[in-house]
Design a protein around this ligand. Structure first.
Ligand code: SF4
Length: 396
């Protein structure tokens, strides 16, 4: 290395120390050299007071993968029933006394919901619901057939692992066979969800009637075997510890090493309103950004990290596009799992394509419409040229 190169490196390193701090500089060095982070690193990233430094590192990784692109999808959510026998303590969606009234959509209602937005060129229908043991196997097949008959060619992302276990119970067949039959009926991918956080302690305390971490992983492995793409999530901001968050990320990463079938990871901000955990404070924007950034840094085998604007708010999502997120989810129609803050009961949660583009452009990113598998559907002119990942050491 020449003297000038050495001097450039020294200057770059001094800058990096200023940005990330001397306490995180070893992690920065490993991120820059593409080295895998450990669970201890993840815990340090969660605890480091310098959120900007964590976000700076996450943004370097994000830009190396996607340049300035920020992906969105035009989609519709259908939550076919809110009747559920799992009674998860963090859930405000299921029908209960003093909470939402029970409903169950028949096929005419599903068709009606789809027709309501038929003029919008939606590429994805996202469908999940509660666990109602009275629904027969045929109901789930009919749901898929109905969506595909109204919207041929649409991608159906449906059924969490918990629903799949119930569907299998109804079908009375091996899970692998059930998944194949659901695929024949129109199922294209699994939305993830259903485990919230891979921690036996949290499982016992908050959702012990649902499947546990090992069972969730088995469903994911079976999905990979039959060729179903899957998405992953982590619900944070309830009773989980920093260590449990870090463990969750590491377990997801190991599962992805094994199966390679996950496309995106979405950290989901917990909304305590209307749940048994109403006393728990809502995660802050600071917490939301940190979870995006740490996920981006730890999950080196996940291509996409999503900031789901409904959970994180559009405002935090704009910032998240500089903290590791490259995806904002979709235009979304009628999301019933959580409501607008301060607007309990309002199920109309929509951003039009125009609003979505504005939100992304205002944040200084390039909006790219994608389908569920991240094929580009249409994009506006790029306003910022995609950046190549250039180690800071040679950026001058
Ligand atoms: S999170 Fe899902 S399984 Fe749990 S109560 Fe709510 S709807 Fe039921």
């Amino acid at each position: 290395m020449s003297l000038i190169e050495r001097q450039i490196n020294d200057i770059a390193r001094a800058r990096a120390i200023r940005l990330v701090g001397s306490d995180l500089i070893d992690i920065y060095d490993r991120v820059m050299s593409g080295e895998r982070l450990t669970v201890e690193d993840a815990i340090r990233l969660y605890k480091a007071p310098n959120l900007s430094g964590v976000g700076f590192m996450a943004n370097l990784v994000r830009e190396s993968l996607h340049g300035s692109k920020a992906f969105y999808v035009r989609n519709q959510h259908i939550n076919y029933t809110n009747i559920c026998n799992k009674f998860c303590k963090f859930c405000s969606f299921y029908a209960k006394k003093g909470g939402p009234a029970p409903y169950e959509m028949d096929m005419a209602e599903v068709r009606r919901r789809l027709m309501e937005h038929i003029d919008v060129p939606i590429t994805e229908v996202h469908m999940v619901g509660g666990i109602d043991p009275r629904l027969p196997y045929q109901y789930y097949l009919d749901l898929l057939h109905t969506v595909k008959s109204v919207r041929p060619g649409v991608h159906i992302k449906a059924f969490t692992a918990v629903e799949l276990v119930e569907i299998q119970r109804q079908a009375g067949k091996p899970l692998q066979d059930v998944m194949r039959e659901l695929m024949d009926a129109g199922l294209d991918s699994l939305p993830g969800g259903g485990i919230e956080i891979l921690s036996d302690r949290v499982h016992r305390e908050l959702f012990d009637r649902k499947l546990d971490g090992d069972e969730w992983m088995e469903v994911a492995r079976t999905a990979a075997k039959v060729g179903l793409t899957q998405y992953a999530t982590m619900l944070y901001g309830h009773i989980e510890t920093i260590e449990e968050r870090a463990e969750h990320l590491i377990k997801l990463r190991a599962l992805q090493d094994e199966t390679g079938h996950f496309v995106t990871m979405t950290p989901l901000s917990f909304h305590p309103e209307g749940t048994e955990l109403e006393h728990v404070p809502h995660p802050t924007g600071y917490d939301d950004l940190r979870n995006i950034a740490v996920a981006r840094l730890v999950l080196d085998n996940f291509l996409h990290i999503k900031s789901f604007w409904i959970m994180n708010t559009p405002q935090v999502t704009q910032l998240a596009l500089w903290y590791g997120a490259d995806d904002v989810d979709g235009t979304v129609h009628e999301y019933e799992i959580t409501y607008k803050d301060g607007d309990h009961g309002n199920k109309k949660q929509v951003l039009t394509r125009k609003q979505m583009i504005k939100l992304i452009e205002e944040a200084g990113r390039t909006p790219i419409e994608r389908d569920s598998l991240y094929n580009e559907v249409a994009s506006v002119e790029e306003t910022v040229p995609p950046k190549k990942f250039i180690p800071l050491a040679v950026r001058q």
